[in-house]
Design a protein around this ligand. Structure first.
Ligand SMILES: C[C@@]1(CC(=O)O)C2=NC(=C\c3[nH]c(c(CCC(=O)O)c3CC(=O)O)Cc3[nH]c(c(CC(=O)O)c3CCC(=O)O)/C=C3\N/C(=C\2)[C@@H](CCC(=O)O)[C@]3(C)CC(=O)O)/[C@H]1CCC(=O)O
Ligand SMILES: NC(=O)c1ccc[n+]([C@@H]2O[C@H](COP(=O)([O-])OP(=O)(O)OC[C@H]3O[C@@H](n4cnc5c(N)ncnc54)[C@H](O)[C@@H]3O)[C@@H](O)[C@H]2O)c1
Length: 206
């Protein structure tokens, strides 16, 4: 069964990671990247997590009450019985849960991803092979790079203006495509003058 890629707003949302080892650290980095409020509860928390900024650390064993008010929970201990128990409790409480050692216990899984500002690509093998998704991520980095992230921001910033000035979805699509083509051809961001010229060509006659 393939998993549906749902893009979720995690900004300022309370996310709990139970476990503080190598795998927990990876999840901390991902959730930080998407501006979540991360708490780690573990009997022993590794140095890499300790050194990560803006993570709340609680160094003790997990207790069921830790799940209160959490948007997402990740069971990342090295105890499969405990991870399973955490997942079951989350399911009864309706909290989305990821158990790092048993995909059957997960209500969501983590992808490999690339992020350049608001531009995000995510790859999943539905648990079949993270090595394949890592490979895909690395290959895609040559296309989804920093300048493309910047172009995405630029297109986003002219969106309202284009919607107002250009009539019809097909024409607006052409405007964005022309800006993209220009960027690919000249290998740098089009300037304001170049963008104005393209918008002008498609501007509605009033
Ligand atoms: C994508 C990534 C995101 C992240 O972790 O944030 C991620 N795993 C990554 C790396 C990775 N994980 C493993 C290896 C060793 C090689 C290998 O086993 O293949 C490597 C490679 C490495 O370490 O470099 C081992 C492993 N993984 C899982 C188990 C448990 C099991 O299979 O039962 C075991 C132990 C297996 C064993 O004991 O043999 C399970 C899961 N791992 C997932 C995600 C979810 C499915 C994603 C999907 O395939 O769609 C899922 C189901 C749950 C979840 O974690 O959400 C991240 C790449 C980040 C990046 O670089 O981009
Ligand atoms: N999903 C993935 O990508 C992936 C990849 C490799 C391994 N794994 C699985 O992830 C598991 C964790 O791996 P790791 O390398 O991070 O392990 P680890 O040994 O580095 O860390 C385990 C953590 O769990 C904590 N812990 C144990 N019992 C606890 C309790 N009762 N309450 C709170 N914290 C507790 C420990 O203090 C420690 O911080 C492994 O068992 C493995 O099966 C998952």
């Amino acid at each position: 069964m393939a998993y549906f890629p749902m893009f979720v707003d995690l900004k300022e949302k309370e996310c709990l990671i139970i476990g503080g080892g190598r795998v927990a650290y990876r999840k901390v980095c991902v959730l930080n990247d998407f501006e979540a409020k991360v708490t780690v509860i573990a009997s022993k928390i590794c140095d890499k997590i300790r050194k990560t900024e803006s993570v709340r650390l609680i160094e003790r064993d997990y207790e069921e009450r830790d799940l209160e008010h959490q948007t997402l929970v990740i069971a990342a201990t090295d105890d499969p019985v405990l991870n399973h128990e955490i997942a079951e409790t989350c399911k009864t409480k309706g909290i989305p849960v990821n158990a790092v050692d048993q995909i059957e216990d997960c209500t969501f899984i983590f992808p490999s991803y690339i992020k350049e500002q608001n531009l995000v690509a995510a790859f999943s093998s539905s648990g079949k092979s993270p090595v394949i998704t890592q490979y895909l991520k690395d290959e895609t980095k040559t296309v989804l790079n920093e300048p493309l992230g910047e172009l995405t921001e630029l297109l986003g910033s002219v969106r309202a203006e284009v919607k107002q000035a250009v009539e019809g979805e097909e024409n607006r699509k052409q405007v964005y495509r022309k800006i993209l083509e220009m960027f690919l051809e000249q290998e740098e961001l089009p300037d304001r003058k170049q963008i104005d010229k393209i918008i002008e060509k498609y501007r509605k006659k009033s």
